[in-house]
Design a protein. Structure first.
Length: 280
């Protein structure tokens, strides 16, 4: 085969090992229960918050984190006994958090993140503001944006986002995202991460993708009966999909994509292949 072509081999043994070894990522303190607070605490500087809350890091410029329980007089706790809140000042200073996972995400794997948010508007000039969720390899950097939600005033709302891991991130990040000049106060709780159901690999699936890097087209050679092909950008978003292809050699048009790194997801009834490609 042409040496410029890339070959990828996948076996059922690695897939089964992943499932049986329990290597599914989880958040270590997604409901904020691991803390040493003895009650409601408001306007904590980042350093003080980080001493009290385990596996959660506050790093925003606002540095005014709050820790709540059911006795605080605001929202009832939606998950167990505790929740936290972030705020934004009209000057543009915002609170930001990172939630640590027990292990990094698996590159190319898909996940679902769920959480609850609440817009508290009882304070002077507070209004509901967007909340942004990201992925990061560093507890002090927001990283890649994967989702934006709009909390509802005085109501817990469960939010959900599905994404593909485009890097081995180990932190879910959270930040206020209102425009400058606006003021808001948002409660969050119950962050849960779960892997989406994988497609089992039966035997060895061989796929050749070339050229890589590519300009306008790539070719896929395989003896698999392909069910679907998707191209995912670095933010985990689908940017292009292709109809069912079942010929031995498939030509995919990349001409509408900007230069950069993407992920090619190829699925049939028994196999799932995800690999990085570069568009020139």
């Amino acid at each position: 085969m042409n040496p410029a072509r890339t070959r990828f081999f996948f076996s059922i043994f690695s897939f089964l090992f992943f499932l049986l070894s329990g290597n599914a990522q989880s958040l270590l303190n997604g409901d904020f229960e691991k803390n040493t607070a003895d009650g409601c605490i408001y306007n904590l500087e980042n350093e003080d918050f980080n001493l009290i809350m385990e596996d959660v890091v506050a790093f925003g410029s606002n540095s005014e984190m709050d820790i709540h329980n059911d006795t605080c007089g605001y929202a009832d706790v939606i998950s167990n006994n505790w929740f936290v809140s972030l705020s934004q000042r009209p000057s543009g200073e915002i609170d930001q958090l990172s939630l640590r996972m027990d292990m990094p995400l698996t590159l190319g794997s898909s996940y679902r993140l769920t959480y609850f948010d609440w817009a508290e508007t009882s304070g002077l000039n507070n209004i509901p503001l967007p909340l942004e969720i990201g992925l990061s390899t560093d507890s002090m950097i927001f990283g890649t944006l994967i989702h934006t939600s709009m909390p509802v005033e005085y109501e817990w709302t469960q939010q959900s986002v599905e994404f593909m891991a485009t890097e081995a991130a180990q932190y879910i990040t959270i930040r206020m995202a209102g425009a400058s000049g606006l003021k808001g106060w948002t409660f969050v709780d119950g962050f849960e991460l779960s892997p989406l159901t994988a497609v089992a690999e039966v035997g060895e699936a061989e796929v050749a993708i070339y050229p890589n890097p590519a300009r306008d087209y790539i070719f896929i050679e395989t003896d698999l009966d392909l069910k679907s092909i998707r191209i995912i950008n670095a933010m985990g978003q689908e940017v292009k999909s292709f109809p069912h292809l079942d010929v031995f050699r498939n030509k995919l048009d990349l001409s509408g994509l900007g230069a950069g790194v993407y992920f090619l997801e190829i699925i049939n009834e028994k196999n799932r292949v995800v690999r990085k490609i570069e568009k020139l």
